[in-house]
Design a protein around this ligand. Structure first.
Ligand SMILES: Nc1ncnc2c1ncn2[C@@H]1O[C@H](COP(=O)(O)OP(=O)(O)OP(=O)(O)O)[C@@H](O)[C@H]1O
Ligand SMILES: [Mg+2]
Length: 327
């Protein structure tokens, strides 16, 4: 197959709240190719999870898609639901792994039954075949003694093992795209590394495309081919992972890298970007990063469209200028 698997085109998502309309996504465009791993990074509240929810058809009241498109292999997903014939897309072709595996697993059902249920529904396997497949999947995600483990309940599994189970369910039907929203945030560092390694391994073996959402740029470095940086409901920069780390062109990306522990530019000391993102009830029409940007000026009050820059794209008229001098 050629062409992108998933295309997000000028997507707008609003949430109607008592205080007014929160403009959570303000014109997000992205595409994901088969087998590609795309990292989405950005501070809390920048719209990463809402983007994932839009891809999964999970935007629900008080939220709504107020503009733009999400297309799966050319077909629009906006306004569709599992009931309206999209059942073979969500849960089969596109699956999701969430941040907290304890709340996503049913505490009253054995691990084996929960995995088997997925393949029964989507692949129409018999009970017996589904159980065999569940054991295979547990082994594939690195859980030893799978046959015995099938009859255990979620509370008998450690946090890292529960996340492996979620990944097993995510890959059960050999999806083409796995969306992982902060899949390792709840885990300690060693387990985190193992889970990321597992994702990388599955990605390679299955030719799976992955969208990996994280606020941690360090995680992206090891796993992703390409990165999209979000700020205040918009994408401010995209590019191949090496370019983003070696020569970030948007001042916000530069600041983010400078404040990430363990990355080269941040080795000397840990500095965070001063200030806060704007509220999304009344976001500015121009660059949302302007109040925090060391090199922004009056001209940045005009809307900054994402445009090609180097091997990626950037939404900044001063792209490529060094925003911080001490990096
Ligand atoms: N159900 C909701 N009702 C109102 N506002 C919402 C709702 N869900 C999300 N939002 C708003 O949408 C914006 C984007 O939220 P989102 O959850 O996508 O952020 P995020 O980038 O995933 O952050 P985090 O790193 O904290 O997970 C935020 O301003 C948030 O307050
Ligand atoms: Mg989130």
């Amino acid at each position: 197959m050629s062409g992108p698997l998933l295309e997000i085109d000028d997507l707008h998502v609003d949430f109607d709240t008592r205080a007014g309309t929160v403009k959570a996504l303000r014109g997000v465009s992205l595409s994901i190719a088969p087998g590609e791993t795309l990292g989405i990074v950005g501070e809390s509240g920048s719209g990463k999870s809402v983007t994932a929810q839009a891809v999964m058809g999970l935007i629900d009241v008080p939220g709504r898609i107020s503009g733009g498109e999400v297309r799966w292999r050319g077909q629009s997903l906006v306004g569709r639901s599992v009931a309206k014939g999209a059942r073979d897309i969500w849960g089969k072709d596109i699956t999701m792994v969430f941040q907290n595996p304890m709340t996503s697993l049913n505490p009253l059902m054995t691990i084996g039954d929960q995995i088997a249920e997925v393949v029964e529904i989507h692949l129409g396997l018999s009970r017996k075949a589904a159980r065999a497949r569940a054991a295979e999947l547990l082994a594939a995600v690195g859980i030893a003694g799978a046959a015995r483990r099938l009859d255990q309940y979620p509370h008998e599994f450690s946090g890292g093992m529960r996340q492996r189970v979620m990944i097993a369910m995510g890959i059960a039907c050999e999806p083409k795209l796995l969306v992982a929203d902060e899949p390792t945030t709840a885990l300690d560092v060693t387990i985190q590394a193992q889970i990321l390694e597992l994702l990388a391994e599955l990605q390679e073996k299955m030719g799976l495309a992955i969208v990996l959402i994280t606020h941690d740029l360090g995680i992206v470095a090891g796993l992703c081919h390409r990165v999209a940086v979000m700020y205040a409901g918009q994408i401010v920069e995209t590019g191949p992972v090496d370019d983003i780390f070696e020569a970030p062109s948007h001042p916000y990306t530069q600041g983010l890298i400078r404040s990430t522990p363990g990355l080269e530019a941040a080795e000397k000391r840990l500095i965070s970007i001063e200030g806060m993102p704007p509220g999304l009830l009344h976001p500015p029409s121009g660059c949302a990063f302007l109040p925090r940007c060391p090199i922004g000026d009056e001209g940045c009050r005009a809307p900054q469209a994402l445009h090609p820059f180097g091997a990626g794209t950037v939404a900044c008229r001063k792209a490529g200028e060094q925003a911080w001098r001490d990096a």
